[in-house]
Ligand binder design. Structure first.
Ligand SMILES: NC(=O)c1ccc[n+]([C@@H]2O[C@H](COP(=O)([O-])OP(=O)(O)OC[C@H]3O[C@@H](n4cnc5c(N)ncnc54)[C@H](OP(=O)(O)O)[C@@H]3O)[C@@H](O)[C@H]2O)c1
Length: 232
């Protein structure tokens, strides 16, 4: 039987969850288009090239021109999976007594607006796929049911990301594009820190199982790395 290899785009793939997505997807024989801001700081990503079909492209998500250039490079190429992974948490200077407004604007740009911009600009590519799927890395810190103090910028950017993904899911259902915000868990990366609950392997292998089984009926749901629905 002929197996069709799927193509996946992963943003922020030079480290953390993005790098692990690239690693596991190459082993699973996906064609991987991995993006990073600085090609010269992507040694670990390039080292994966012996595991399968890898393309590394530059993408700075705060720069609309960079997004446009990236999308232009992919013109006419079907994309089955888009993983809006890149994100920033920012320093703890986002509390009631020390908020840096510029930081807040940056986090909204990277965590909320860029996934919208990239997803909508790649729609022609996604519509060429038999089963297009878009996920975005959300966070427990953006869930309205789980409150905590501080980190206003990060929390609000992820809560808004959830709403953006939910609305895209509704609007893109007619094109059969599946869209879900996904919670990776608390993961041992530069962002999550070494005391986090999960290894990158555990989190990403769980999310890949979710991606593998994702149906149009689930589109718009807020899913966890192990496939259950999370409360908004
Ligand atoms: N780790 C956790 O526990 C956890 C929990 C919940 C949600 N998440 C989410 O999961 C995603 C990945 O997290 P992680 O832990 O792997 O984080 P990470 O290790 O800090 O990596 C973040 C990635 O995003 C990239 N990035 C940041 N700003 C960017 C920009 N302006 N343009 C393009 N790329 C940019 C970084 O590139 P550079 O190397 O160039 O900075 C890096 O590749 C994020 O969206 C995060 O919010 C993580």
């Amino acid at each position: 039987m002929l197996t069709i290899r799927e193509t996946a785009v992963i943003t922020g793939a030079n480290r953390g969850l993005g790098l692990e997505f690239a690693r596991q997807m190459l082993i699973a024989d996906y064609k991987v288009i991995a993006t990073c801001r600085q090609l010269e700081e992507a040694d670990e990503l390039y080292a994966l090239s012996d595991k399968g079909s890898l393309t590394v492209l530059p993408l700075e998500l705060t720069d609309t021109q960079s997004i446009a250039d990236f999308v232009k490079t992919l013109h006419g190429q079907p994309i089955d999976i888009l993983i809006n992974n890149a994100g920033v948490m920012g320093a703890p200077t986002q509390d009631v007594d020390n908020m840096e407004i510029e930081l807040w604007m940056k986090l909204l740009r990277v965590n909320t607006i860029a996934p919208f911009e990239l997803t909508t600009r790649l729609l022609p590519n996604l519509k060429m796929s038999e089963r297009p799927r878009v996920i975005a890395m959300s966070s427990q810190m953006g869930a309205l049911n789980a409150n905590g103090e501080g980190f206003y910028a990060y929390r609000s950017s992820k809560a808004a990301l959830n709403k953006v993904m939910q609305t895209l899911a509704l609007q893109l259902a007619k094109d059969k594009v599946i869209v879900c915000p996904v919670l990776p868990g608390w993961v041992q990366t530069d962002m999550g820190g070494k005391d986090a609950d999960l290894s990158v392997d555990e989190s990403v292998s769980g999310m890949l199982r979710v991606l593998d089984n994702l149906s149009l009926e689930q589109s718009g749901q807020f899913l966890t790395w192990h496939g259950t629905q999370h409360t908004w």
